[in-house]
Write a protein that binds this ligand. Structure first.
Ligand code: FAD
Length: 281
């Protein structure tokens, strides 16, 4: 593994550090092969893993695990720990005292308006002359909170109470372990454009590490999960009405697509039987 993949800096003071991992693409394929142990079914690791990911046979992916040290703002950690199928141990401000500037301050270019079309997300970028003022203002509020907190600590107020004046932007630290199946699910949700930018950068850093350690599985994840869409029954009805009874020649395109023979045949079957498309040979 390349050294620079093991620790990635994110945001202004955040960290994703790979602490440990178990397994490889080959181990995942070997776990799957137990299913037909004793039978003379030969398959290469890559085609077997692609088959598993494509068809949702996910238990062999649970045989691989990754453990990380994460340093992120509390509001990112709040989103992160919603992923229940991981293991966590977080730094406690009941035991420790925060250092003065341990909070996240967004870059001027990351300070946006509220989106008008997406209730949970950001819209256009606020012009830098205004964003700079907002950033300064945020910084001063956070500094005030932290100095208030430190004042209580110095006065001897219990750490567990002093901390309640700290902002959500305060950095926290935790150790996080997850099997590869659930980690890919985490990545699918948190690399998505609907996820908040600040957690997305962490997910992207983890994705880079997973890609390095499990290249075949990650490639299958990109092809069959990240790059795929689910169509609703109504959307399929629209396509069926649009495309039915058309004569299409798709051979040239499917050959260039990188699909295996088995995938091409399943795709053609889908087009003809589900969408009523006539395929020219
Ligand atoms: C863009 C975005 C916006 C979000 N907004 C909100 C929000 O506004 N409010 C909010 O509260 N949350 C929100 N969430 C969190 C979201 O609802 C999930 O809690 C979070 O993404 C964890 O997903 P998960 O349950 O699939 O993952 P995990 O908890 O890691 O679980 C992985 C999978 O295991 C299975 N599983 C785990 N536990 C159970 C169980 N108890 N019962 C049945 N199956 C289980 C499920 O198949 C699940 O998909 C948001 C998430 C995203 C990505």
């Amino acid at each position: 593994m390349k050294e620079d993949y093991s620790e990635v800096k994110v945001l202004d003071k955040g960290v994703v550090k790979l602490l440990d991992y178990m397994g490889s693409d080959h181990d995942i394929a070997e776990a799957a092969r137990v299913s037909y142990k004793g039978e003379k079914l030969v398959s290469k690791d890559r085609s077997l893993i692609r088959y598993l990911v494509r068809n949702g046979h996910s238990s062999p992916l649970e045989m691989a695990e990754l453990k990380f040290y994460i340093k992120c703002p509390i509001f990112v950690a709040r989103q992160w720990i919603r992923h229940r199928c991981g293991n966590y141990n977080e730094k406690s401000l009941r035991y420790t005292t925060l250092t003065y500037d341990d909070f996240y301050l967004p870059d001027v270019g990351d300070i946006n308006y509220q989106s008008e079309i997406n209730n949970q997300g950001r819209g256009g970028v606020i012009p830098s002359e205004y964003a700079m003022g907002i950033q300064e203002d945020m910084n001063s509020w956070m500094e005030d909170s932290v100095s208030e907190y430190l004042k209580y600590c110095e006065y001897g107020v219990a750490r567990e109470l002093s901390r309640i004046v700290l902002p959500l932007s305060t950095y926290t630290e935790f150790v996080f372990k997850m099997d590869l199946k659930n980690l890919l699910h985490f990545l699918k949700l948190r690399m998505d454009s609907h996820a908040q930018y600040e957690i997305r950068v962490y997910a992207n850093a983890i994705a880079g590490i997973v890609k390095e350690l499990f290249p075949i599985t990650y490639e299958a994840f990109e092809d069959y999960v990240l790059g795929s869409y689910t169509l609703s029954r109504m959307e399929i009805d629209v396509l069926r009405n649009l495309l039915s009874d058309m004569d299409l020649c798709i051979d040239e395109f499917v050959e260039e697509s990188g699909m295996s023979k088995r995938e091409i045949s399943a795709f053609k079957e889908l087009l003809t039987s589900k969408l009523n498309i006539k395929l020219e040979n």
